[in-house]
Structure formats: C-alpha cells, structure tokens
Design a protein around this ligand. Structure first.
Ligand SMILES: C[S@@+](CC[C@H](N)C(=O)[O-])C[C@H]1O[C@@H](n2cnc3c(N)ncnc32)[C@H](O)[C@@H]1O
Length: 519
C-alpha cells in the first residue's frame, strides 16, 4: 500500500466538485489536483489519512490531454513543487472551453445525484470571454484573465505578501496576478514592496477596483484576520486599515478555496476551504490609518499602475462608500461590502435574473422579495424588468448593506430593504401574515441568492409553506443548489429554466440560476 508522499501513476477518470479530478488506486478514490480527465499522471499522495479517499498532487503528466495548456499563472504551474503552487487558479492549466464543460459536468452530476433531475446545463462564458459569441465588446481581457476586481493577499513571515498556496496557509511569493485587474496587480506589487520588512501588523491585504477605476486597499490586522473577512456568505470578520491605493482596503472573492464535495460520496474537502486570493476575504470594522492614493485620473496617468505612497491621515471607523455600476445604474455600497467579483458578473446576473423571471407568474403588486439581497442588485434587476410599480423587499443580514439597498432602490416607491436573517424573517412572516398578506405572498416572486451553503431546509420549507409563485434561485455552489432543488421538488415545485455562467474563469467555481415553479 502507498504512503503519503509516495509517487503513484494514476489514470484520471472524471472531475469532482471542488477543482480536483477523480482517479482510482486499488479501488480507492483519489482526488488529484492539477490533472485533466483522460490523462495519465505521476502524482504524489498528499493525504492518506481518510479511509474513503485520498488526495494527491500531479507532479508530472505522462499522457497529456489535448486540453492541457501552459498554466495561466506560472506561480500555480506543475513546474513548482505542489506545496508552493499558488491557490485560486486550480483550472488554469485547462483550455477555457474544457474548463466550462467540466463545470457543466459537475452541475449536471449534482442535479442528477442531489436534485433527482436529468438535465445537462451548459456553462456560458461571460464578459470578454463571451464577446466573440455576442459580438459585444466587454471590459477586461479575453482568455479568462484580468476579471478579478476583489483580491485578498496574505502577509507571511518577513512581511512577504502573496496568496496562500493551494490547500494550505503557506504564503507564497508571486510575480504576477493574472486573474486580477491590471491596476490591482500593479498596486499589489507596490504594497508587497512597502510591507516587506515592516508588515505594519497586517496579516492580509485586500484590494478592490470599482467599476470607475477607483482602487481601494486595506490592511487587515493580524489579531483580527483569523476571523476571516467576508466570504460569499457575508460572514463578518477582520478589521483593517483602509484607503485608496497603496495599503488599506478590502473585499471578497467569489472563486476560491479548495472546496469539494464530489458528487455525493467521498469528498475532498468542505467546499469552503481557503486558497490564495480566491479565499473570498472581506473584512469589516476598519480602524484608522488610511493611505490616500490613486484615483481614476492617477491610474490613467500611470497606465493603470499606481505608485506607492506613504500612509496618510487616520480616518474614521466607518468604511467608505464606493460606487459600482451596472449599465447606467449606480449602486452605492461600503468599501468592504459584498459585490460580485468578476468585473462583468453583476451585469450578467442582473440580466439573467431579469430574463429568467417568468413574466406570466410575476405580479408587480405581490409581496416580491430579494432574499440575501446585499445592496439591492437583483431587486433592481427585477424593478428594471417590471417597471416603476414593482413592489419588492430586500432582506439582508448586514445593516450597512441594507442602508445602501434602501438608497439604491429609492426610485421604486414599492421597494424597501430590511435587515435580518432570512430564516428568521420568513419564520416571522409566516407567523404574522394576515390573509391579505398571504395572498400577496402566494403571488410573489422570491429571488434568493444565498451564501455558498445554500438556502437550506428552513428557508426552503418556509417558501414552500408560503406557497410563493416562483423562486429565482442564484447559486454559487452547485451541490448546495441541487440539494435545495430537491427540497423544493418535495414541496411541489419543479425546476423550470436553468442557466449557468463562468463567473470565475480558471477556478472551479460557477454560478447557476434556476427558476422553481409549481407545475
Ligand atoms: C451571495 S451574496 C448576494 C448579494 C446580492 N444578491 C448581490 O448579488 O450583490 C449573499 C448576501 O447574503 C447576506 N447573507 C448571508 N447570510 C445571510 C442570512 N442568513 N440572512 C440574510 N442575509 C444573509 C450576505 O451578507 C450577502 O450580502
């Protein structure tokens, strides 16, 4: 029997959820990183502690897939020792089209195993990667790069700034950040130089570039970084010093983590692991010390690259408000607030939600909701699609986001934003709803965009009991989505339209939108 660190030859069978591939060794499942189905690889056993499955890292490709490409990020390539490969681009060695077909297999498999539905769903490219299909010119570079407008890097020993290595918390040095916007990459380079030797007590650095090119940088203090920042689930965490440019600002990521939960049996991880800048860092509660820095004009003057600047004046605790844009519409949000990571994601999701919501089931005067609403992005998409008379309530656990949602939705007189946990909000609604309320809820469209763990039993059960007309479900985890779909099906709903988007190229992540209706 092989041991950890032993080299084995493996034939790669298929893809698992979580960015790893499946091989078998003496009948045991082995989850293999940096491989492609159809390949034969030499792999090093990295974890043999579980009886049901092992993990391994590819060290050499013996028979290459025709879809193998030079890794989009040298820091994550096979040429590096597995423990020094950057995390957060676990599909970067695969042709983009094949990446999408692998994601499609994962979604299709999840729907079949967990949702009881046989339906193949294509994963569609977005932004510049879709431009050749649509004829539309989008921002960002093609080839799945330069889309990440939110990045978290970590500070290691000696003030080394970099991503975590894949599947570990080792901070590794990198020369570039090809998935990040060019401005973030340039800024990260400067910040890394500044912090080298004097990390200023920071454990992480978080970067945001807004739609208007404003760059915000935050230092996350060591004492608070362990509580994380905010992932897709919006969990609160780290405090930080924040400001525009060179050291002081933050945000979350959509891609990320060496997640897993392969098609239902053995699982290579918990699906929310952290790796590299894909670890969704989003911090809160910013104390003091801002570094004022490049604004858009500065960025332009320097071709997007921004020079470092010494720390500026201290600032108040409250995070600054930034502006993001979807088409002509502006969204105000806290600099550390949730916003989609890919520069074209907000637009893609807004459009998809508008298009997929069933018009025949939509009643503008019903008790429509945008659950897990953030700053109101999807409520606005519904308002834009169905007009000024649209009634819609956004429910969001983050009070600052709710305040911003109220502002962002101000043009719809029937729109309001509520701070609360969705499960509690719905439970209360069930308790207090009058018969008129119940009729309005029965006619309602519920947009739900929960964290990676999904809406879960309680929320789905409430929506079923409220007997709502349709649920437009935006999901960043295909397995959690499929599980919730199964619950809806048990409650008499069926999955109507479903589409999926490659919002996180070169990672294993994908976004799915499904509409659930009563047949
Ligand atoms: C995936 S984001 C979606 C936000 C928004 N729909 C968008 O696209 O910008 C999920 C949001 O849910 C919030 N959230 C997480 N758990 C929640 C809960 N149990 N109840 C209410 N909101 C929650 C987070 O703060 C975050 O803003």
């Amino acid at each position: 029997m092989e041991d950890q660190n032993e080299l084995v030859e493996l034939d790669i069978d298929n893809v698992a959820h979580g960015g790893v591939m499946v091989a078998r060794l003496d009948g045991r499942v082995v989850f293999v990183a940096d491989a492609i189905p159809g390949e034969r690889v030499l792999a090093r056993i990295a974890d043999d502690s579980k009886s049901s499955f092992w993990r391994a890292d590819t060290v050499e490709v013996l028979t290459a897939s025709p879809d193998r490409r030079p890794h989009v990020w040298a820091a994550a390539a096979l040429e590096r020792a597995p423990e020094l490969r950057a995390g957060g681009a676990e599909f970067g060695h695969i042709a983009l089209e094949r990446q999408r077909s692998l994601k499609s297999e994962v979604l299709t498999d999840a729907l079949r195993r967990f949702g009881g539905i046989t339906r193949a769903v294509e994963v569609e490219p977005i932004g510049a990667d879709a431009a050749h299909d649509s004829g539309r010119v989008d921002s960002g570079a093609a080839g799945g790069t330069r889309w990440r407008t939110r990045v978290r890097l970590h500070v290691g020993p000696g003030g080394r700034v970099g991503p975590y290595a894949a599947r570990s918390h080792t901070v590794i040095a990198v020369d570039d950040l090809p998935l990040a916007t060019e401005a973030i990459e340039a800024e990260a380079r400067e910040v890394a130089k500044t912090l080298r030797g004097d990390a200023q007590g920071a454990a992480a650095v978080e970067f945001v570039e807004t739609a208007d090119g404003e760059l915000r940088v935050s230092l996350v203090p060591a004492e608070r970084s362990k509580t994380g920042g905010r992932g897709r689930d919006g969990a609160r965490g780290a405090g930080r010093n924040s400001g525009r440019g060179a050291a002081g600002r933050d945000r979350r990521g959509g891609g990320g983590g060496s997640s897993a939960a392969s098609g239902g049996q053995a699982r290579p991880g918990d699906g929310r692991g952290r790796s590299g800048w894909a670890d969704d860092g989003l911090a809160d509660d910013v104390p003091s010390a801002t570094r004022a820095r490049n604004d858009r004009a500065d960025s332009r003057a320097t071709g997007g690259a921004t020079a470092p600047r010494a720390s500026g004046a201290p600032r108040a605790d409250a995070p600054a408000t930034i502006v993001e844009r979807v088409g002509e519409r502006e969204f105000r949000l806290a600099e550390n607030g949730f916003w989609q990571v890919h520069r074209d994601a907000a637009r893609t999701l807004s459009r998809a939600v508008g298009e997929l919501t069933r018009e025949d089931l939509f009643d503008p005067r019903a008790a429509n909701h945008d659950l897990y609403g953030g700053v109101g992005l999807l409520a606005a998409a519904i308002g834009d699609r169905f007009g000024p008379a649209t009634r819609i309530t956004s429910v969001e656990s983050d009070a600052t986001a709710t305040d911003h949602a109220s502002e962002n939705l101000a043009e719809w007189i029937g729109a309001r934003a509520v701070t609360g946990r969705v499960d509690r909000y719905l439970a209360e609604l069930e308790k207090v709803a009058s018969s008129d309320d119940r009729r309005r809820l029965q006619a309602a469209t519920m947009v739900i965009d929960p964290p990676r763990s999904g809406a879960g039993k309680e929320v789905v059960a409430s929506l079923i009991r409220l007997d709502v007309a349709q649920v437009v479900y935006v999901a960043c985890d295909p397995v959690a989505f499929a599980r919730d779909v199964a619950l809806f099906r048990e409650g008499g709903y069926e999955l109507d339209a479903v589409r999926a988007y490659d919002l996180f190229p070169h990672t294993h992540h994908l976004e799915t939108i499904g509409v659930l209706v009563k047949p």
